[in-house]
Design a protein. Structure first.
Length: 418
């Protein structure tokens, strides 16, 4: 094998394409902040009405993920991506023409969320996992980098575009970018057929590790304890991420930080997370995945609690940077562990339902963040709960097995059995 062929292993093209799609999806899903005030003014919506629409969209986004996983089992990655693209573009056209609450709820809250779910990492993680065995963790971490970049980079881009051309044209521009990226990726890049020995590192070293594909159903998988340990972690991830996204800046301002210091402090988390995913990706296949997931949740929990008690900008920036080191690790590691335990064939639907638990946690976290402060006059309840749940998730991750033996005596992976 020549040196040039080593540099062009096709799986990395899929990772690059998938990462850009996730960047756009997460940028539009999580970067909703700049759209809030201009949409409220144009449609004459109250903050409560807009918040309800966003909450409904969050639940629909979560429900759309197991649906995407189910469609992946019946159809191809290409079909699901194209369905998501059509749904997103149609929803954007409907959204910019909406003039009242119900129409905006259906277009922006429901159908746009559903389309974005079809373009999320739930659709893309299985095909990435299929192309990688020995470097699966690394590839999935690189996929997560797209999500972190979407949250960190797209929010200021959206803010600038809204100031220049308004929120309607900004959504139309996003629709055009989705077409330019997703359409060629789905048609030309996303290949389902993987050559034998589908891991570049394994081919180079002459040590091809076969990926196990057990003949089990998703019902067999969800009856196992490890799956619910992973779901527990995903719930904690959703709770903490959405709590931070909704209430971290107001909490810091309530604690007498200036708005720019508060915003910059929270922004550091996303910026550091972009680079930390590259580092975590480099070690994801060298050490037990469950140990990495344990540290991800543990450090994140301590960081969330630390934000409540910082009193100076320097302390804030240090805690935020520390938390950013592990901010993106949970989803990538959870996907890698599920594919190791249950095989790639079921990853779409299993990951989809696990991510629905993530969205349930997100909805609860966002609610408790506001309700807890209004009721008790403190942010310790919400952020302390997030830290506590993260510590529970770290313990659940530590006790994950490295393999499972099912009643049909189908063994997956190597090492000890459940």
């Amino acid at each position: 094998m020549t040196k040039s062929s080593r540099c062009t292993y096709y799986g990395w093209y899929i990772v690059a394409s998938a990462s850009v799609i996730v960047l756009l999806t997460m940028g539009l899903r999580m970067g909703i902040g700049p759209f809030v005030k201009p949409i409220m003014l144009d449609l004459e919506l109250s903050r409560t009405e807009f918040s309800v629409i966003v909450a409904i969209g969050m639940i629909v986004y979560g429900l759309g993920m197991p649906l995407a996983g189910y469609l992946l089992k019946r159809y191809s990655t290409r079909s699901v991506l194209l369905t998501g693209l059509i749904t997103v573009c149609a929803s954007i056209l409907w959204t910019i023409s909406s003039k009242e609450l119900v129409s905006f709820l259906l277009s922006f809250g429901i159908f746009l969320s559903l389309g974005l779910a079809f373009l999320s990492n739930i659709t893309l993680a299985p095909i990435v996992s299929k192309w990688f065995v020995r470097q699966r963790g690394k590839a999935l971490f690189y996929l997560s980098t797209g999500g972190m970049a979407g949250m960190a980079v797209m929010t200021p881009v959206e803010t600038l575009l809204i100031q220049l051309v308004g929120w309607q044209w900004t959504l139309l521009i996003f629709g055009g970018v989705f077409i330019c990226i997703v359409l060629p990726s789905a048609i030309f890049v996303m290949r389902e057929v993987v050559p034998e020995g589908a891991d570049a590192a394994a081919v180079y070293e002459g040590k091809i590790k076969q990926d196990n594909q057990p003949e089990i159903t998703w019902k067999d998988a969800v009856k196992t304890r490890p799956y619910w340990q992973i779901v527990t972690g995903m719930f904690a991830c959703g709770f903490s991420m959405n709590l931070m996204g909704s209430h971290a800046v107001p909490m810091l301002m309530d604690h007498h930080f200036k708005p720019m210091n508060a915003s910059f402090g929270v922004g550091i988390i996303g910026v550091v997370a972009i680079f930390s995913t590259l580092f975590l990706g480099s070690i994801a296949d060298r050490y037990p995945r469950k140990n990495i997931l344990f540290w991800v949740y543990f450090v994140r929990g301590m960081g969330i609690l630390g934000l409540v008690y910082v009193v100076t900008p320097l302390q804030l920036y240090f805690v935020a940077a520390t938390g950013g080191l592990v901010w993106a690790g949970s989803i990538a590691m959870s996907s890698a562990i599920m594919s190791d335990l249950y095989g790639v064939r079921l990853l779409g639907i299993l990951n989809g339902w696990a991510f629905f638990g993530h969205q349930i946690g997100g909805a609860i976290g966002s609610f408790i963040g506001g309700w807890g402060y209004e009721t008790f006059g403190t942010h310790v309840l919400a952020f302390g709960t997030a830290a506590f749940i993260s510590l529970i998730a770290s313990g659940a991750s530590y006790y994950l097995p490295e393999s499972i033996t099912f009643p049909k005596y189908i063994k997956i992976g190597h090492g000890r059995s459940l």
